[in-house]
Ligand binder design. Structure first.
Ligand code: 4NP
Length: 152
């Protein structure tokens, strides 16, 4: 299984989602591939935001080696599941989809925690206090991904 986490900048939310998901897969001894990307281009090549690095580190997750990159159409071929952090990312990803079948790969990540609620993970970039909430939401969402896609 290959999973891609997508937000706007690829420096705050999706690097955290990638780190949290990789951590859970390790705990389940699963050899899946997890990546992340942003729909925007401002932070290509950048390290994750220091506030995301901190909150990850507080939870024993190291995301320092990640680098920002932009979501591209070819990601639809590379990945089985594409998780959008918010409804704006979701719409922007769908606009790049080559056909309806590939659109089915894309889901709002929080729907894996509460199906059908269409909840967005809030953009914490302008809110220093938002990172704990983002971490907690993504932790629940990644539990939902494991529950939904890991056959036990
Ligand atoms: P992210 O947060 O989408 O969670 O990585 C953002 C980071 C940077 C910007 C916006 C959102 N920005 O406008 O530069």
């Amino acid at each position: 299984m290959k999973i891609l986490m997508v937000c706007l900048g690829n420096i705050c939310r999706s690097p955290l989602a990638e780190g949290i998901m990789k951590n859970k897969l390790k705990q389940h001894n699963l050899d899946w591939e997890v990546g992340s990307a942003g729909t925007g281009s401002w932070h290509i090549g950048s390290s994750p935001d220091p506030r995301s690095i901190d909150i990850a580190r507080q939870n024993n997750i190291d995301i320092t080696s990640q680098r920002g990159r932009q979501f591209i159409r070819q990601d639809f071929d590379q990945y089985d599941l594409i998780f959008a952090m918010d409804s704006q990312n979701y719409q922007n990803i769908l606009k790049l989809a080559p056909n309806d079948e590939t659109k089915e790969k894309v889901q709002l990540i929080m729907n894996l925690h509460q199906p059908g609620y269409n909840q967005s993970v809030p953009d914490p970039y302008w809110d220093d206090n938002g990172f704990q909430k983002v971490f907690d939401m993504l932790d629940m969402a990644c539990d939902g991904i494991v529950k939904n896609y890991v056959k036990t």
